[in-house]
Design a protein around this ligand. Sequence first.
Ligand SMILES: [Zn+2]
Length: 409
Amino acid sequence: MFRALRFVIIAALILVLVWWIASIPGTFTAHSGKITVTTSVPFAIFLWLIIAALVTILLRVIGGLRRAPGGITRWRGGRRKQLGEAATQRGIVALSAGDAKAAEIEAQRAKKLLGETPLVLLLTAESARLAGKPDEAKTAFEKLTQDKTMAFLGHRGLLRHHAAAGDHDAADLHAAKAESAYPGAAWLKTQRFGLAIKKQDFSTALGHTTSKPEIAALATGAARAATTDRDALAYAKQAIKADPTLAPAAVTYAAILRKLKRNRAAKKSLLNAWKILPHPDIAAAYLENVTTPIERAQAAADLAKAKPGHPESELILAQTSLDAKLTGEAKRHAEAAIAAGLTDKRPYAVLAALDEPNAKAALAAAMQPVWSCTACFTAHDTWSPACPNCAKPGTLIWKTAQSKALAAA
Ligand SMILES: [Zn+2]
């Protein structure tokens, strides 16, 4: 209704205007050289209006043409972006599929189309890593750390790079930077735990675990590495509390007490550990400062009394009796150890030294007790806080023929 009214008013105004122009009297004359054009004023006004309209249209067209190249660039830019994004997506899929070559090709294509955007850098880095080109990966990860939102991924890549190269200090530095880029990341906690163990920084590793066997092993390692006696004692106590059956923890605790001239306390702690679970390392520590064979046999008898009849008690009695030339006792205790199920090399070595029949053959056939990793199943002669093979903490357990027999029973 309103639009119709507006149309009628405008039409009326134009009509009035045209009528007014048409009614203007007089003539209009234009000279150009010898040509003279004479027309009425209304016609000249209409002509002028037509020329003005044509010029306006012409200017519009020229302006449009001038803007057109920008338009084409914009259109081409949009197309490049689309192609670049598609290449990035294909690269990510290739990465997930483990196709290093395809991922690399797509990464290069995406880089050409989009430049070094954070996502392209990540794709470049990960595909180079997958293709076994660590230096290229490192360069891309370094660039990625400059991006505020993707910095975590850059540091994560560099952490893995340095850890794989065995540079644990550099890896640790990137772990700290990744932590500040993304505080509290669960993945990072596992990494820092593993890094601390690889660096043998057991006190730091301790802060990353709540597992009792891990605490016992790591605290023992921390106690051994502690720079002050106070710290050493505190860590050793923590280790024994977490796992009273862990012989290296008890032995470490006793060694610290001895260093502090607390010999009685050291002896008591070893006796206590033997009572809980006898182990040859505890016996060795108990007999450490006892020099003469007779005194050693007597000390072994004291220790054995803490856990009478245990095969390890019988074994230490057999071994010290042999050294003290108490051959009858040595044979009796070695046989008692075997009867109790301890059939590794140690009791047979005592019997072989006594020239007992068949003892040498049995010694050759028997197993050597070892520290065995529960995670990777490798055997080690000495205990360490983390497995030297797989670097898992608290996985080494003492394995003798007796423990095998008990497991089979
Ligand atoms: Zn292992």
